[in-house]
Design a protein around this ligand. Structure first.
Ligand code: GCW
Length: 682
């Protein structure tokens, strides 16, 4: 009898698992609540300009809120930043108040998120964004290719947007997608978007495109999302209107003023310009013998009457110094204090270029009289594109743990969004969009909290799913570091696409600092870039205490070791093993972790809808194969210098170095890898 009962129970349990989970394509992101709502929301009286945003807040609550009635209130609160909000349980329900309509909207999304996560509101909840500007940077070209984009094409349909005969049709698929984009951003507090690539086409400033920009700005405005543009510094020349772009030339200054006026006539709340100047072949003030400050200030003067902002990038590396890691500092630090108040210098988190791990850029903290903002890369240019699962919150946490958030004026993230149904390619890549927004709102948030929030809203709240998968997410970035470039190695990617390994890459005539051997410096003695006081002296760009720490291999954190030091293959590591041995073990650990990720995910089948389950499963398989490819390529290549065996207790390489050197991936800067094609080359 007992055994019959047991088998009946087991049967019922397995039947439960067999119930089909609703198909999901990921298009709803973390905003999946629908139906069953009894929400009621009352609006404050407000003038017409403020109403659309408040209406959205009320509609969202009406559609999804299942709790007591909500009252929305516009109310000044001196303790909060303008877009901060207060959620207060009252005798008759809940009140959401803020000084701004956007703040009320953020409060509404927060309340709904709590419901989705099954977290109850126990008392009053107040939140205030750490930065006024929380902005995405799209590297979208006007032909709809996306530089370093791996999720389809650009969202912006310029052909249609620039068509002066077209009228906006709110029920069209593209229009709906624009709305969904603005809504997703608002739900995590992102309030700015730069629509186009920093390698900017001058065409964006022509009348036709500006009209298109205006149409997007009108759609985004009610969601509190302001539009910005990347501009090409030589636009007045490139558009054939002037013979120079010298920032001190009166005609040039006038041209930009007139252009700014034209933009603000169309878009009164236009945010401003983002500029990549004198970097990787882009034009800039230095072409005319002027400084970055003179260039930025000229644009700042054009925008100032409209209260617009210039975000001027510090991503420069002209061949002025032998160490690329030092160049942004060398060029920008002396300009401290020379910029107009409406200029913010946008600095990548690390001194080189969005590597899987970099120390922070020493520019942070070195320009006390200039507002700085951090540029983080959400798109996984150097972390496996849309094929690898790499949750980036831990990487950004590492940055914020060293660079005090209060020393920054704003945070920007290079977007990973495209026309793919699920927006970001890999179903888990949306977690990075989410994490970016959450950290730009509150840089003190922990990675685990963010992973949990995202998982609960995106997949479900079952702890049997959330606990192991949040653990997987938290380990994922370190796994990528391990199988790609552990112990401070960096930029040993294949030429062009930055996806696979090519530590041997040598292209005659190419800039040395675009080639991996420049960075790893492997030779018969050892490996690593000597940036100590007796080397390139990059350490001295850090505050004295850190410089001291990084300068000595005995105190330098091991995860930065080969970033700062060139060390012998037999160098004794903290573990007591040799450097070579430890290097092998990191690569090995990275590969083993990806195998573990596969197993963990497979066990999650009962909790995930079939489409997303299969999609992640397939990508994890690619990741595991790529990890092996990385390990074999790097270890076999470095072994030609180290001349030592890979420790015998580790898994042997399964590829041959010559075979790996033949791998050519058919992808360039602007293309997303075609999986079928890629597999032919693997
Ligand atoms: O990371 C490098 C990329 C380029 C990019 C550049 C930049 C937009 O490989 O594709 O160009 O940085 O940040 O300007």
């Amino acid at each position: 009898m007992r055994s019959m009962l047991r088998s009946l129970l087991t049967c019922a349990a397995s039947l439960l698992f067999l119930l089909p989970l609703k198909a999901e394509d990921g298009s709803r992101l973390w905003l999946r609540q629908e139906g069953g709502a009894n929400g009621s929301a009352t609006l404050p009286s407000a003038n017409r300009r403020l109403l659309p945003t408040l209406r959205i807040a009320a509609d969202e609550l009406r559609q999804a809120w299942r709790g007591a009635p909500v009252r929305l209130l516009l109310e000044k609160n001196d303790a909060l930043a303008p877009d901060g909000f207060r959620i207060r349980p009252t005798a008759s329900g809940v009140t959401i108040s803020s000084a701004t309509p956007a703040g009320v909207l953020y409060g509404a999304y927060r309340l709904l998120a709590l419901q989705a996560m099954e977290t109850s509101l126990t008392g009053e909840l107040t939140e205030s964004p750490a930065y006024d500007l929380r902005i995405l940077n799209h590297w979208d070209n006007l032909d709809r290719t996306v530089e370093r984009g791996y999720a389809g094409r650009s969202l912006w349909d310029w052909e249609e947007l620039t068509d002066s005969m077209a009228t906006d049709n709110p029920s069209s698929v593209t229009y709906q997608r624009y709305v969904a984009y603005a809504r997703a951003n608002a739900s995590i507090g992102i309030n700015g978007t730069v629509l186009n690539n920093v390698n900017a086409s001058p065409q964006i400033l022509t009348r036709a495109y500006l009209h298109g920009v205006k149409r997007l700005a009108d759609i985004f405005r009610p969601y509190g999302l302001r539009v910005y543009l990347s501009v090409n510094f030589a636009s007045p020349m490139a558009l054939g209107e002037l013979s120079t772009a010298d920032p001190l030339d009166e005609d040039v200054r006038h041209w930009w003023k007139a252009k700014a006026d034209e933009i603000y006539r169309l878009i009164p709340d236009f945010g401003g310009f983002l500029v990549k100047a004198n970097s990787e072949g882009q034009p800039g003030p230095c072409d005319f013998g002027r400084t970055h400050a003179e260039g930025a200030n000229m644009l700042a003067d054009a925008l100032a009457p409209h209260r617009g902002t210039v975000m001027w990038r510090a991503f420069v590396y002209s061949p002025t110094d032998a160490d690329r890691a030092k160049q942004a500092y060398l060029e920008f630090q002396p300009l401290d204090g020379q910029f107009r108040p409406n200029v913010i210098i946008q600095v990548k988190n690390g001194p080189i270029d969005f590597q899987p791990r970099e120390p922070y850029s020493p520019l942070f903290g070195a320009m006390p009289r200039t507002p700085l903002m951090a540029e983080l890369q959400v798109t996984q240019e150097y972390l496996g594109h849309a094929n690898h699962l790499a949750f980036l919150a831990p990487m950004w946490r590492e940055f914020f743990d060293l660079v005090p958030p209060a020393s920054l004026r704003a945070v920007a993230g290079v977007a990973n969004i495209g026309t793919d149904d699920n927006w970001c390619g890999h179903p888990f890549a949306a977690a990075n969009w989410y994490a970016f927004g959450r950290l730009a709102w509150n840089p003190a948030l922990g990675s685990e909290a963010i992973a949990n929030e995202w998982l609960r809203q995106t997949f479900g709240t079952d702890e049997a799913f959330v606990a192991p998968i949040s653990q997987l997410m938290l380990e994922s970035r370190e796994a990528v570091v391990d199988y790609m470039m552990p112990l401070g190695l960096h930029h040993i990617f294949a030429w062009g696409h930055h996806y696979g390994p090519e530590p041997w890459c040598d292209i005659p005539g190419a800039r040395p600092d675009w080639l991996p051997p420049y960075y790893h410096r492997a030779d018969s003695i050892g490996i690593g870039f000597d940036r100590t006081r007796t080397g390139s002296d990059a350490v001295s760009q850090y505050p004295p205490a850190l410089a001291e720490l990084y300068n000595d291999p005995a105190t330098c954190p091991e995860h930065y070791l080969l970033w700062f030091h060139h060390l012998p293959w037999n160098y004794a590591m903290k573990s007591g093993r040799t450097l070579w041995d430890e290097l092998c073990r990191h690569y090995d650990r990275g590969v083993r972790q990806t195998r573990g990720f596969q197993q963990t995910w497979d066990a999650m089948k009962p909790y995930v809808d079939p489409d997303r389950f299969a999609d992640v499963q397939a990508r994890l398989r690619i990741q595991a194969r790529d990890a092996t490819w990385w390990r074999d390529a790097c270890l076999l290549y470095f072994q030609t210098f180290a001349r030592q065996p890979i420790p015998y207790d580790l898994e042997r390489p399964i590829h041959g170095l010559d075979e790996l050197k033949q791998v050519q991936l058919p992808i360039g800067n602007h293309e997303c890898p075609d999986e079928e094609l890629l597999n032919k080359y693997r």
